[in-house]
Design a binder for this molecule. Sequence first.
Ligand SMILES: Nc1ncnc2c1ncn2[C@@H]1O[C@H](COP(=O)(O)OP(=O)(O)O)[C@@H](O)[C@H]1O
Ligand SMILES: [Mg+2]
Length: 226
Amino acid sequence: MPAPVLRLTDIEKVYQTSTIETTALHRVNLTINRGEFVSVMGPSGCGKSTLLSLMGLLDEPTSGTIEVDGRAVQSYSDKELAGLRNQKIGFVFQSYHLINDLAVVDNVELPLLYRPGLNGRERRQRALVALDKVGLSARTGHFPSQLSGGQRQRVAIARALAGGPEIILADEPTGNLDSVMGEEIMNLLLALNQQDGVTIVMVTHDEQQAQKTQRVVRFFDGSQVG
Ligand SMILES: Nc1ncnc2c1ncn2[C@@H]1O[C@H](COP(=O)(O)OP(=O)(O)O)[C@@H](O)[C@H]1O
Ligand SMILES: [Mg+2]
């Protein structure tokens, strides 16, 4: 039986600025089951990044409910929510979000600094295991500027993996890459899903990539259209 890891019910997200109100998401109902690889497609501005930030508990909906492991987010304490964000969910962004002054291994260790109970040695060990997983064992001491775009994105994926997340939320992870490097990243995500059972939600504009995932959800103007 499929086990819902994330469930969004009747989600509305309205952004209010001084001059305009934007409905970024309208009546969204979406369930992500454990072990799924789901892609999210739709034109620019249709609400995809908003959806991912809600799923990642980085922002709150204007109305509607979000459940994690069958439990409404409102019922978690702030401390529990911080733990979910830090441990259960890993983020990967189009522009990598690496810190240029830090070596690769230090970038990967960074989120582990907020993890209680891990000493420096354990952090380093986890970071090296994650870098090995993405094929970057030979680049741990490099700086992001010394890497290709595809390698930078692999560092970002290692950073997400180091925390041992159940879910990876990837927002156009291949958007800045050429097709060869994009395919490399896509294959890595597919392997993480198939071999390690990581649940993945990925925003993409690439129909071929989307077809390799188990399910495609499509948005238009804040609403789910398929
Ligand atoms: N922080 C924000 N404040 C105001 N409007 C926003 C904000 N973030 C996104 N929006 C608006 O919400 C809509 C959906 O944006 P977004 O989720 O980024 O779309 P996508 O990722 O599909 O391009 C857009 O109209 C965008 O301009
Ligand atoms: Mg976006």
